[in-house]
Design a protein around this ligand. Structure first.
Ligand code: HEC
Length: 195
């Protein structure tokens, strides 16, 4: 009897784990974040978020990340890796939209907040085929950045270095905003310190 109960429990646990995985999704494109029916900010393409509840039109999501106390408008992956997860125009709204879980001080004496917030997005912004989206990001990067020189390895720079590297290419290789954002996110998610 005891064994049967144990088996039942472990089955239950493994089901719970697979559900938790299914809840992690990525955004298909730049996505408006809504709160009480108002757009208050956005998350870039390829940003990972948790789904709380979904319907045909609207999905409520949770975003977890870190922000500087002095600059709450930007929420990034963590204190060492500034991959953008969410950005807001209004400092006040940004501050109020997230719950502070914990505060940290970094090596430079800057105060960081570990935060999480829930927002509503259009359900069509969720990538239905994430592997296709990643493959497209990889191809876009390879095509765009190998025209004048060898394709740099994504691991040649850190998450925080890549945006500057792309910025320095803009004069020679101007990119439209969506392509630039896609390449920056792709490189940051595959950077030297991404894993
Ligand atoms: C139109 C030609 C051209 C394209 C397209 C181009 N680059 Fe470059 N890239 C250059 C040139 C020229 C240099 C060397 C001179 C310099 O650093 O500005 C360079 C240098 C670099 C370097 C080395 C910088 C260093 O400090 O040594 C990196 C990294 C780089 N490119 C990344 C990229 C990425 C990422 C893309 C795609 C978004 C890209 N490049 C697209 C012309 C280009």
């Amino acid at each position: 009897m005891v064994n049967v109960t144990k088996l039942g429990l472990s089955l239950l646990l493994s089901t719970a784990v697979s559900f938790a995985h299914a809840d992690n999704i990525i955004l298909k494109e730049k996505t408006n974040l809504m709160l009480n029916g108002k757009t208050i900010g956005f998350s870039p393409i390829l940003t990972p978020v948790n789904v709380l509840k979904t319907s045909k039109d609207k999905t409520s999501i949770k975003i977890k990340g870190y922000r500087l106390e002095n600059y709450p408008q930007m929420v990034v992956r963590d204190m060492a890796r500034g991959e953008l997860y969410a950005e807001f125009e209004d400092e006040d709204i940004a501050t109020k939209s997230f719950k502070v879980i914990k505060k940290y001080e970094d090596d430079y004496g800057e105060i960081w907040h570990e935060v999480e917030g829930s927002f509503s997005i259009a359900s069509k912004q969720i990538a239905k085929e994430p592997s296709k989206l990643y493959l497209n990001a990889k191809k876009t990067y390879e095509r765009t950045c190998s025209m004048c020189h060898h394709l740099p390895a994504s691991t040649a720079y850190t998450v925080n270095q890549w945006p500057q590297q792309i910025e320095s290419m803009m004069e020679q290789a101007p990119l439209d905003a969506p392509t630039k954002s896609l390449i920056v996110k792709y490189l940051q998610q595959n950077a030297m310190d991404a894993k």
